[in-house]
Design a protein around this ligand. Structure first.
Ligand code: IDP
Ligand code: MG
Length: 138
């Protein structure tokens, strides 16, 4: 049995709003284990790799600029089905529509910007998780 891993980022809005601890706490309280944790400033090169799937979309450049606004907290969480479990805790991409009880639903809102500032990133598949963990934790 292989324990799954996922990459979680508290985005610059979450760090700036001093929600990093509250967000990590929700994930830990669910039962997932922190395997790696650090605060860092992302580089443009890392973000271009991380968000390669979004190149060409209207929010791509605003997204990269947003992620460069300040430090992020990067974590690897472990546990059975943690990829799906974290995505469920995070809530849907648009914070206005994200369900109450989720990180984005409880703590996020639309600020009328070109990119949704929605507090967290979580990998969406085993392949993405391994690729993204390599980008952030090499
Ligand atoms: P996810 O973070 O829920 O997996 P993705 O589709 O992978 O969402 O998009 C990456 C990030 O880009 C989102 O978390 C959000 O910050 C931003 N984003 C995605 N779609 C839009 C959009 O339609 N308008 C503005 N920003 C968006
Ligand atoms: Mg995504």
């Amino acid at each position: 049995m292989t324990t799954e891993r996922t990459l979680v980022l508290v985005k610059p809005d979450g760090v700036r709003r001093q929600l990093s601890g509250a967000i990590l706490s929700r994930v830990e309280a669910k039962g997932y284990r922190i395997a790696e944790l650090k605060m860092m400033n992302a580089t443009r090169e890392q973000l271009e790799k991380h968000y390669a799937e979004h190149v060409g979309k209207p929010f791509y450049e605003p997204l990269v600029e947003f992620m460069l606004e300040g430090p992020v907290v990067a974590a690897v969480f472990e546990g059975e089905r943690v990829i799906e479990g974290f995505r469920s805790l995070a809530g849907s991409t648009e914070p206005t529509a994200a369900a109450p009880g989720t990180v984005r639903g409880d703590l996020g809102r639309d600020w009328g910007l070109k990119v949704q500032q929605n507090l967290v990133h979580g990998s969406d598949s085993v392949e993405s998780a391994e690729r993204e963990i390599g980008i952030w934790f090499g």
